[in-house]
Design a protein around this ligand. Structure first.
Ligand SMILES: NCc1[nH]cc(CCC(=O)O)c1CC(=O)O
Length: 307
């Protein structure tokens, strides 16, 4: 193909990610022109309510899929964290790219780390996953909702609406804002979201020509970890309406997967781990989901407010 078109959201982070993939494709296929088609999604337009109240992460990908379906674009670049566990029929995840730092970052203008915040200190996040872990581990802190793209969130911090905010380290680093990170939360203290820090590329099913052009961007180790993480969410019915985290690493050739389910106030908190064959990531994810279910995850999930 002589031209490839990437559909992307127009936020700075999404554009950085699309440009990153464009640049890599231009090196792989020097004779091919790679364009970016910027689009505004419903998720970008509605900024005044928490994501869980407006129908979740699918909001960020639907418009891009419409462009793929209509042939206006050949590929869509996503943060894997924002990709629903089940893609609609007609679309495939062709690539999972190498992961950036998967950790959550502590950002503040006054404090160096979460443990420095005084009782009642106000922490901004709209992620139920971050909120549940914060409330479980730092019950003396106050969690306040914080939405918008990365730039908007930093502005709200700088205006003094929060003592600190939590953001994905990957997004800050990609935007050249790594110097705003005061400290990183360990993956034990704040288990990341499934797929956090990894990019995914979606195409129309059966588009083998484009799939072949993208194949070299796939990172098999990251792909195995992210597939295991996503299986936990898939089995438990996870989305951003659910306080759930899953994070896998490779250790001596084995997949080691940690995950949790909690209620938003952090009072019920189930954590466990599973280890297994990197060649069957879904089995490792299933194993962890089964362990969480055996400890009562279903009751926690059923008690959550409806999405
Ligand atoms: N929820 C929005 C979103 N989707 C992906 C990232 C960060 C980059 C990544 O995880 O790959 C962010 C921002 C954040 O959570 O701070």
């Amino acid at each position: 193909m002589l031209t490839l078109t990437i559909a992307s959201r127009e936020s700075a982070l999404a554009m950085w990610q699309a440009e990153h993939i464009r640049d890599r494709l231009s090196v792989l296929h020097p004779g091919c022109t790679v364009n970016i088609l910027g689009m505004t999604t419903r998720g970008d337009q509605i900024l005044d309510v928490t994501l869980s109240k407006i129908g979740g992460k699918g909001l960020f990908v639907k418009e891009l899929e419409v462009a793929l379906e209509a042939g206006q674009a050949d590929l869509a670049v996503h943060s894997m964290k924002d990709v629903p566990m089940e893609l609609p029929p007609g679309f495939d995840l062709a690539v999972i790219g190498e992961r950036e730092d998967p950790r959550d970052a502590f950002v503040s203008n006054q404090y160096a780390r979460l443990s420095d915040l005084p009782p009642g200190g106000v922490v901004g996040t709209s992620s139920l996953r971050r909120e549940a872990q914060l409330r479980a581990r730092y019950p003396h802190l106050t969690v306040k909702p914080l939405r918008g793209n990365v730039g908007t969130r930093l502005k709200k911090l700088d205006e003094g609406q929060f003592d600190a905010i939590l953001l994905a380290a990957a997004g800050l680093k990609r935007l050249g804002l790594g110097d705003r990170i005061k400290s990183l939360l360990s993956v034990e203290d704040s288990i990341p979201a499934a797929g956090q820090g990894a990019l995914g590329i979606e195409i129309r099913s059966g588009n083998f020509e484009v799939a072949a052009m993208l194949a070299a961007l796939n990172h098999p180790e990251t792909a195995a970890c992210v597939r295991a993480e996503r299986q936990v969410s898939r089995v438990l019915g996870g989305s951003c309406q659910v306080p759930l985290g899953a994070h896998a690493v490779l250790q001596d050739g084995r997949l080691v997967l940690n995950g949790f389910v909690a209620n938003p106030d952090g009072s019920s908190f189930i954590h466990d781990a599973a280890t297994g064959d990197v060649a069957d990531p879904e089995a490792v994810g299933q194993q962890l989901a089964d362990k969480l279910l055996a400890q009562g995850a279903r009751a926690i999930l059923d008690a959550l407010p409806p999405a």
